[in-house]
Design a binder for this molecule. Structure first.
Ligand code: ADP
Length: 257
């Protein structure tokens, strides 16, 4: 909520006089609330797969039915993979946020990077006759941390695959227009309702939790994208139309050569 929270303190000075000191603690309280919510979210996200794993482990210790084992093992594998991805994304996000990891700004061949990401996307489990076209409209390079940029753009392209139906068209565009470099990932899927757009980059915010989990999502992908872009002095814009699809654009400041 928008209320301002104040903390009051009365101090005595010059023997009889009193001084009332008011301190604005709105920001501190907000930060504490965010930290509490975050810890609660992380615990919940990790506990869910762990509960499934423990349940199966308990059953399997007393059961030798091969059918049960055949069913249980892939589920256990999937749940441990989910925990692994969650921890990986949490660590990545925490490193980005604390700024502990130094940025390695190097001249980066964006056309080559995008081509590699598109190839990786074709190997995703959810890749299902999707048509990905890569449009390289500029041969300029960017000064960037290639690993961070790869993780951000991969998240966008993989999301486009994960959240659209089979055979959907996806475009990845690299262009420099009026000196402004940008990478766009456009899909022609179902689109996202306008009321969600502002919150999409919040940690653990998902439009459809069931679908995100089923697609192997951690709910942290777009938060990572936002942080990486911030560290590159770049911004993410999201446009979407129900029934038409979504466009995620990374707008940079400077290109080189
Ligand atoms: P997740 O790990 O769940 O994919 P993200 O932070 O990457 O988390 O994305 C947040 C949510 O935004 C997703 O759960 C999904 O609901 C929605 N989303 C992201 N990209 C798309 C897209 N291209 N089309 C439709 N919905 C999307």
């Amino acid at each position: 909520d928008d209320r301002i929270q104040l903390e009051f303190k009365v101090v005595r000075y010059a023997s009889k006089d009193r001084l009332l000191i008011a301190r604005d603690i709105t920001q501190t309280q907000k930060l504490q609330r965010m930290r509490r919510d975050f810890v609660a979210n992380v615990s919940h996200e990790l506990r869910t797969p762990l509960t499934v794993l423990r349940g199966y482990l308990e059953t399997l210790t007393t059961e030798s039915d091969p059918d049960l084992w055949r069913h249980a093992l892939p589920v256990m594998q999937q749940q441990s993979q989910r925990m692994h991805l969650m921890i990986k994304d949490l660590l990545a996000l925490s490193q980005l946020e604390t700024g502990d990891k130094p940025l390695l700004h190097r001249p980066t061949d964006i056309p080559r990077l995008l081509a590699a990401i598109v190839e990786d996307a074709k190997r995703l489990e959810h890749f299902n006759s999707h048509q990905i076209t890569l449009q390289i409209l500029s041969d300029k390079w960017l000064l960037a941390d290639v690993d961070e940029l790869r993780s951000a753009i991969s998240n966008l392209v993989f999301n486009a695959v994960k959240y659209t139906p089979e055979a959907c068209e996806i475009e990845v565009i690299w262009q420099v227009e009026q000196n402004v470099p940008s990478i766009s990932v456009i899909d022609h899927g179902d689109g996202i309702e306008a009321r969600h757009l502002e919150r999409l980059t919040e940690r653990f915010y998902r439009v459809d939790s069931g679908r995100s989990r089923e697609a192997g999502g951690t709910g942290l992908g777009l938060a990572i994208v936002k942080h990486v872009l911030q560290r590159h002095n770049a911004a993410l814009t999201i446009d979407s139309q129900i029934g038409q699809g979504s466009r995620f654009t990374c707008v940079f400041r400077k290109q080189i050569g």
